[in-house]
Structure formats: C-alpha cells, structure tokens
Design a protein around this ligand. Structure first.
Ligand SMILES: Nc1ncnc2c1ncn2[C@@H]1O[C@H](COP(=O)(O)OP(=O)(O)OP(=O)(O)O)[C@@H](O)[C@H]1O
Ligand SMILES: CC(=O)C(=O)O
Length: 510
C-alpha cells in the first residue's frame, strides 16, 4: 500500500473506504490492553484473547486477592508460551498491574451477589467493619474512614451506574437517597467530587502490591489516581529498591492530576486517560477535551498515551457495539492515541473476544485512513532533534519518502524503537532484541513489533548484525508486512551495547 503522499492536504488519506481490512493488508499499529479477571481467566481463554489482538494483559489489583493475581500471571505466561511454541513468528504479550491507589471501594456484598439499588430508596454507607462482608440493598460498607470528614449534605456519590445523594451523617454512617438506580457488585469503586481530599496516593497495600509485581517481573505499573510527580518518583524508587525495572504509567483521572499532567509526564513513561473518573470531576461535555489535552501533552513529551473507560461498554452484554462507540475508538486513533484499554468488557463481559476483535478492526480501519504524515509533521515540531532522536526521526522520514513497508531496528535496549514510535510511522517498526524484558516492554509502543532474537552473539559484530537483519526481513515476510521488491529501512548500531545506534540502510526485499 502507498503510504500518504506528503503533499496531501487532508487529514484523512484518500483510501477507498469500501476496501475490507483483509484487502487493506495493513497491520494494526495501535495497542490493545485487556483487563483480565484474575479470579476466572484460564490459560485457554487468555490464548484466545491474544489471538484476538491483546497486546498487554492488565491486572487490576483493586480486585481479587494476591493468590488470584499470582495465578493469573502464571496463566498469562503459560498462554504466551503455548502460542510461541506453535506460532511461526514471535508473539509477545506484556503484563501491566494497576495499583488500587487512593480508590474508595465498597465491601463484599452478601453471598458475593450483585445488588440492585432502586431509585428513591434510602441506602446507608457505613465504615462499621461489621458490614465489611455483608453489604445489601440497605447497608453497604465503604473502606474509607475519613469519608465522614470529607462529606457534606447534598454531595453526590457514584457507585457503578448508581448515583446517591447524601442526606445526613450519623456516627459511623452516611445516609443517602438513591437518585439513579443501578446494579452494583462487590468491591465496586465509590467516587464523588472532592472525595480524595484526605487520601494519599499510595497506600501500604499499594506498596506491598508493587513489591509483588517486581518479584513477578511484571512489565508495567499503572499508578491509579496519580496527582503529582512525587508519587511517580516514589513508585520508581520503590521499584528500583526492590531490584525491578518496570515501566510506570500514570493514570490521569482527577482534576489535580490533570492540572499537573506536564510535571507528571517529566517522570512517567506514559499516561492513561481514565474518562469515567474524569467525568465525575468534570461535566460530561468536558471529558473529550480532557482526553485531547492529555494526548497533546503526551505528544509534546514524546510518551505513549492510552485511553481507558467506557470503551465498548455496550458489548459487556450485547454482541454489537453502538456506532457512537465505534466512532469513539476510530476518532481516538485518528487523534493519535497509542492504545486502547478495555476494562469491564474483557474482565466480566459476555463477549470478551468479540470486543477485542472489534477494537482491533476499528484501529486498523482508522489507521488505514489517517494521514500519518500530518501527524509526523505535528509531532516533529515539538521536539528538538538531538543526536539520540535524529536516528529515529531520519528512519521515519525515510520510511515516508521511500514508501517503506517496515522499519527493522537491530536493538539492544529498544530505545531507538521507542523514539521512532513517537513519530507516528505509517508502517510497523520491527524491533529485534535479545533482552526478554525489553521485548515485552516494547509492546506498549505504537507500531512496535518486538521480536526476541534467541541466538547467541556471533564473534564478529558485523556478521551478527547481518544475521539479525535477515531474521527481521524473514519476520516481516511471515507477518505479510512486506512482499518481494518492497523497501525496508534497517537501523543498526556500529558497535555492541546501547546508545550506539547510528547507521541506516534502505534495502529491497528479495
Ligand atoms: N477481577 C476483576 N478485575 C477487574 N475488573 C473487574 C473484575 N471483576 C469485575 N470487574 C469489573 O470490570 C470493571 C473493570 O474496570 P476497571 O478495571 O477500570 O475498574 P475500576 O473499578 O473502574 O478501577 P480503576 O479506577 O482502577 O480503573 C469494573 O467496573 C468491575 O466492575
Ligand atoms: C467501567 C468502564 O468504564 C469500562 O469498563 O471501560
């Protein structure tokens, strides 16, 4: 396929939109993060999720017990191994862990069942531990002692789709009227404007979860309700102290976090926009602007931006998505987001695999029409082209100019591939690395296809480079990224180790 001609003025490519995805023959470049239900996900189900398009498996530590998460991590690893052993090409899936953070949750509901809250009825929210495991439609435990201090009559609380209004406060309890009914489940989150005032961003539970994630060699930590640079730094120090090396993504989900987004980006590896929570703190008509603002800041900083919440929610129950949901994903990709995070629809939805496939198809459709060159020009303006960036910039520029169908990076750390991803190349970046962790972490970067190279280092560096580059071309053929006669950009280093990537070739596939 001919990538965007550099003179096309339109935002969209002039591709014939009646072409099907198969006819398009373009790989999906945006990433898909799927929430795994640690309690229930089997190896077989996870394998199917990977085959449907999951790039990153997310475990939300706000739910379930440590033993379930350990089992889920083992299951994900087993599923990846099974696929790797049967697939001709390398497949990698990263694991991300989401901290509980300063979230406020209800306790367990009686019998573990769901409860329907009926509009107009009274509901008692209590901090009395006696109710921790026996919530029902009239009294529910809430795990936040300071709730009584931050609450005032008239304040609204949101639990799943139910909305409550606070009437009065009594000793250990808050008496509410159900303004909007809804079904709630055990451990659902409770939100409300100003509710986090007295909360610290990282609890003792989070710290122990982070240690566990390091021990389990998890690839990325997502910091819930990040409000400051300090909390990201604290997490990074803790990871380092525990001997780990994880990416740290900050979740932007309240006003304070949004206000501090620039400073947070100075230290975080990427951001996740949590639209549902932003919709509690802002009127709903402002939430799309919040998403675009966070995305713009990420482009400026050259870091990935993922979008989360309310994505394909109707597919939790229905087999089809609404047109508005399809527009949402398509438009997010057109805007330049790096990935989509599916939560409820993959954690407890009835059509998990269909929802992943739908997301993958929507990403591919949007990538087929987006004007990559406009995006490249816009992003390039943000960055000073220092020596480290210039190789990435040059390779992506050459991919546009030569209509290359892939960029192959022979890499030690994967950093050059990460930098290339920022420039929004129109074609896949195949990153060949020997490092297992780097290979998995590259799953978070738009357009990057990490490929683990298992052969030991040749004595001769030049020979080793050639072997790896041939291996990369073979991978591109197997993945159908290229055909005979296509151009491929190959980027390599001139000597062993990191920071030496400085050579580029344009080769023809034969
Ligand atoms: N084991 C589970 N893991 C994750 N989500 C679960 C699980 N079981 C049920 N769910 C449901 O799936 C949805 C997942 O959404 P998500 O992971 O974004 O949770 P959340 O409560 O909104 O927290 P966060 O603020 O961390 O995003 C929740 O609404 C929850 O009801
Ligand atoms: C609950 C929600 O926002 C989601 O699953 O995306």
């Amino acid at each position: 396929m001919l990538w965007q001609s550099s003179s096309t003025p339109d935002f969209m490519d002039n591709r014939d939109i009646v072409l099907s995805i198969d006819e398009l023959q373009v790989p999906r470049l945006s990433k898909i993060i799927c929430t795994i239900n640690s309690r229930t996900a089997t190896v077989e189900e996870i394998e199917k999720m990977i085959q449907a398009g999951m790039d990153i498996a997310r475990l939300n530590f706000a739910y379930d017990e440590a033993e379930h998460h350990l089992q889920a991590i083992a299951n994900i690893r087993k599923a990846v191994k099974n696929i790797q052993s049967t697939s001709e090409t390398h497949v990698d899936v990263a694991i991300a862990v989401d901290t509980k953070g300063p979230e406020i949750r209800i306790g367990k509901l009686e019998g573990g069942a769901q409860v329907t809250l009926i509009e107009g009825k009274t509901l008692r929210l209590t901090i009395d531990q006696a109710y921790i495991n026996k919530g029902n439609s009239s009294v529910i435990f809430i795990d936040y002692e300071d709730i009584l201090e931050v609450s005032t009559p008239g304040m609204k609380f949101y639990i799943s789709s139910a909305i409550l209004t606070l009437d009065w406060i009594e000793e250990n309890d808050i008496l509410c009227t159900v303004l909007q009914g809804g079904v709630i489940s055990s451990y659902d989150e409770v939100t409300g404007e100003g509710i986090f005032k007295l909360k610290t961003e990282l609890s003792a539970i989070d710290l122990s979860h982070i240690e566990m994630a390091v021990q389990e060699h998890v690839d990325c930590l997502c910091v819930t309700h990040t409000m400051s640079q300090d909390s990201v730094l604290k997490v990074k120090h803790l990871i380092k102290d525990c001997g780990g090396d994880m990416l740290v993504f900050a979740k932007i989900q309240n006003k304070i976090g949004l206000m501090n987004v620039k400073e947070i980006l100075n230290v975080a590896d990427g951001l996740i926009v949590c639209r549902q929570h932003l919709g509690i703190e802002f009127p709903s008509e402002k939430v799309f602007s919040c998403q675009k603002l966070v995305l713009a800041r990420c482009k400026e900083a050259g870091k990935p931006c993922m979008v989360s919440n309310s994505t394909l929610l109707s597919m939790v129950d229905e087999t089809v998505a609404t047109y508005a949901e399809c527009f949402d994903i398509g438009n997010s990709v057109l805007d330049g987001v790096d990935g989509l995070l599916l939560a409820k629809v993959t954690a407890i939805g009835s059509h998990c695999l269909e929802s992943i496939k739908k997301t993958a198809d929507l990403c591919q459709e949007a990538e087929g029409v987006v004007n990559h060159k406009l995006m490249f020009d816009a992003v390039s303006k943000f960055h000073v082209i220092d020596p480290a960036r210039s190789m990435a910039f040059t390779a992506v520029t050459s991919a546009f100019k030569t209509n290359a169908q892939a960029i192959i990076v022979i890499s030690t750390s994967g950093n050059t591939a990460k930098r290339m991803s920022v420039y929004h190349p129109p074609c896949p970046i195949v990153a060949i690395t020997r490092r297992v962790l780097d290979s998995r972490q590259l799953c978070f970067y738009r357009a990057v296809f990490p490929v683990l190279y298992r052969k030991p280092l040749e004595n001769d560096w030049e020979e080793d480079i050639q072997e790896r580059w041939k291996f990369g071309v073979e991978y591109c053929k197997q993945m159908k990224f290229v055909e005979l006669g296509d151009s491929v950009i190959v980027v390599t280093g001139w000597k062993i180790g990191t920071t030496h990537t400085n050579s580029m070739k344009i080769v023809t596939v034969n």
